[in-house]
Write a new protein. Structure first.
Length: 150
C-alpha cells in the first residue's frame, strides 16, 4: 500500500542519521540548582526512560532540598548524583545494547522468560532495584546473557 501511495513522491532531502541520542552533563547540581529529568541525562527516545528518570530525580532532589531547607547536612554527590546515576547507567546498558543488537538477540531469544521479565522490569521503571542483578551489574549481565543466547 505504501508503495502505491508513494509511487509519485519526490524525495528532495537526502537521508541522514544522528550518531547518537544520548546526552549527559558534567555536573547534576551546583550553587542553587539541581538538574532533573532529561536535563540530567537524555538517553533515547525509543525506551521512554525520560519519564522514569524525571520522577526518580525529582524524588531524590526533593529529599535533598528538604534537608537543605532545614539547614541539615546534605551531600548532593552521595545523596543525589550517585543514586540517580545507578539507575540511569542500568538504563544506558540496555539502550546501548539495543543499538549494538546484543539486547535484541537476548529479547528475541526464547531460552529464558525469567531473564526477560527481569530486564523488562528495568525498562518499566525499576532501574533502581538493587535486588535485580540485571540492574546491579547491568554491563556484565548483558554481556553474559548475550553470550548465552548466541
Amino acid at each position: 500500500m505504501l508503495k502505491r501511495l508513494l509511487k509519485d513522491a519526490v524525495w528532495d532531502t537526502p537521508a541522514r542519521y544522528i550518531e547518537g541520542y544520548s546526552k549527559n552533563v558534567s555536573k547534576l547540581y551546583g550553587e542553587r540548582f539541581i538538574m532533573l529529568g532529561n536535563a540530567t541525562e537524555f538517553l533515547d527516545p525509543v525506551f521512554s526512560s525520560g519519564v522514569t528518570i524525571a520522577m526518580h530525580s525529582a524524588s531524590l532532589a526533593a529529599k535533598c532540598l528538604c534537608k537543605i531547607l532545614k539547614n541539615q547536612e546534605c551531600d548532593l554527590e552521595e545523596e543525589y548524583t550517585k543514586p540517580l546515576m545507578f539507575g540511569v547507567n542500568a538504563f544506558r546498558t540496555y539502550v546501548d545494547g539495543w543499538y549494538d543488537c546484543s539486547f535484541q538477540d537476548i529479547i528475541y531469544n526464547g531460552k529464558n522468560h525469567q531473564i526477560k521479565r527481569n530486564i523488562s522490569s528495568i525498562l518499566a521503571g525499576y532501574a533502581w532495584d538493587e535486588n535485580n542483578v540485571y540492574v546491579r551489574r547491568s554491563d556484565e549481565a548483558l554481556r553474559a546473557l548475550w553470550e548465552y543466547c548466541k
